[in-house]
Design a protein. Structure first.
Length: 492
């Protein structure tokens, strides 16, 4: 602050200055209100989610208004399908909740960016200690920064670009969550069906156990053959336990993605969600135009551009002006002051250099992400084709042969004859074939889901507005001027 702001006045008491200071400081200040963390209350609300689906009706209506793909007959009372689970995940998923709240931080910054700096009130006092000195002297002054550089407007543009990046991140997280729900649901369904396959095999072996025991008693089977059968029986029993653990694991993962408690498991319907492999003439153009993860990098690069623009503008100074009133040696004076930095030594060189380097980092991230997405998309398309080809081979050739073989062996066993080694080998091969067929179905679905996720939505979708228990995770724009108007992909 320039020294001209404060002049000294020969006054016996500084009470006038103290009153001015006490009035000016609280003006415009906000008050603090504590908000304690209440985990027990959150636990109760979390446990009530399966019974508190009423708010979803308004949420579903908003999604339909945004053009989001929502089941036509959305009704969770008769159980949750995978498509309905996607909607619930958009509403309850914990990662999405954090992403929306973080976007709220950027929104708050944008709402308050570009404001003038507060004026500065100054008080200066002096007490002359010499015997013939004058009484206590004091002076007051006020200074204000005039933003002639245009820096404040760029600060607001940069804050808007940062908010835009958060919005893009939310859209990407929502799109990723929907794909994750499909994959997690399919894995849980596959785990249930795999456990059912092992149960059927175990039931088949237990049905044969009486025949094998009778043959062993009659001496038609030796102890080694009998023991081999018991080993196979015990192995399948252990495999069933492992399969049930896999059901528990995949169910927990699915509930975590959905954001639901364990009590909601009875609502989930184990079924495979039909996912068609998306078809596009130009995958490269579709990736650039529609991939949600790449859109985040576009927004982050635009943010780096705005950051560099701001750092460059910081070279140009703002004017600080001030005035004060007082007397000195019984002379009344009104003082004026002005300061204007001269950018010849520092000129914000460090800030500009750092912003330029970060822009290149943002460029490299976008380019490397695009290359990775292109490889993953090509791999997903090829994996989907191979999975379908192998599944058709099992369906058309291997599974029918094994079914016929098992049918003949059962008829022979009913006549009291059994080739134990052939029976066990056929049973094992049949279980392996059915398990492989199930794995191929899961692989083809996951590949199609991955391809659909990478190719992005068919049209631009804004972030979902979520209001839960009176608290809004509102990611809508605060004014008609959206940061997307300047974004490289703002016209999506």
């Amino acid at each position: 602050m320039p020294p001209l702001w404060c002049a000294h006045q020969k006054v016996r008491s500084p009470r006038v200055a103290a009153v001015l200071l006490s009035v000016s400081l609280p003006a415009g200040c906000q008050t603090y209100t504590p908000a304690p963390l209440d985990l027990p209350a959150f636990h109760d609300a979390f446990g009530d989610r399966p019974e508190a689906f009423e708010a979803l009706e308004h949420f579903v209506a908003r999604l339909r208004g945004q053009g989001v793909d929502v089941p036509e007959n959305f009704d969770v009372s008769d159980g949750l399908s995978p498509a309905e689970g996607e909607v619930l995940a958009l509403f309850y998923n914990s990662d999405l909740r954090l992403a929306r709240l973080e976007a709220g931080v950027a929104l708050a910054n944008w709402d308050n960016a570009g404001l003038w700096e507060d004026p500065v009130f100054g008080f200066d006092g002096a007490d002359i200690l010499s015997p013939d000195g004058e009484p206590f002297e004091w002076g007051i002054g006020l200074s204000l920064t005039i933003p002639i550089s245009g820096r404040l407007e760029i600060e607001r543009d940069r804050a808007g670009a940062e908010y835009e990046a958060h919005l893009r991140a939310i859209v990407d997280a929502e799109w990723h969550t929907r794909a994750t729900v499909r994959t997690a649901w399919a894995r849980w369904t596959a785990a249930i069906q795999q456990a059912a396959l092992i149960e059927d095999t175990l039931a088949e072996l237990q049905h044969l156990d009486a025949t094998v025991s009778k043959l062993a008693e009659l001496g038609a089977l030796n102890r080694v053959e009998r023991r081999l059968f018991l080993i196979e029986l015990a192995s399948n029993d252990a495999a069933l336990t492992e399969a049930r653990l896999d059901v528990l694991k995949t169910r927990t993962e699915l509930l975590g993605v959905l954001g639901l408690p364990g009590s909601a498991v009875d609502l989930l319907l184990p079924t495979f969600h039909v996912v068609d492999m998306p078809i596009t003439d130009n995958t490269t153009a579709r990736l650039i135009d529609a991939n949600t993860a790449l859109a985040v990098h576009f927004a982050e690069y635009f943010l780096a551009e705005e950051t560099l623009r701001l750092e460059v503008r910081k070279q140009y100074p703002d004017i600080v002006i001030g005035s004060g009133y007082g007397t000195e040696f019984n002379d009344h004076r009104v003082m004026f002051g002005i300061s204007l930095p001269i950018p010849i030594l520092n000129a914000n060189r460090a800030g500009i250099a750092e912003a330029r380097a970060k822009r290149e980092v943002a460029r490299a991230k976008a380019e490397t992400t695009f290359a990775d997405l292109d490889r993953r998309l090509e791999s997903a398309i090829e994996a989907h084709a191979l999975a379908l080809e192998q599944r058709d081979a099992f369906m058309d050739r291997i599974v029918p042969l094994l079914n016929d073989q098992m049918h003949d062996l059962r008829r022979i066993a009913e006549l009291g004859e059994i080739d134990l080694f052939v029976m066990l080998e056929t049973t094992t091969r049949q279980l392996e074939a059915r398990s492989r067929l199930l794995a191929l179905q899961l692989a083809s679905l996951e590949a199609a889901t991955t391809a659909a996720k990478l190719l992005g939505p068919d049209h631009a979708v804004p972030p979902a507005l979520v209001i839960v228990e009176g608290v809004s995770n509102d990611t809508s724009l605060p004014s008609s001027q959206s940061p997307t108007s300047k974004s490289p992909r703002g016209g999506e």
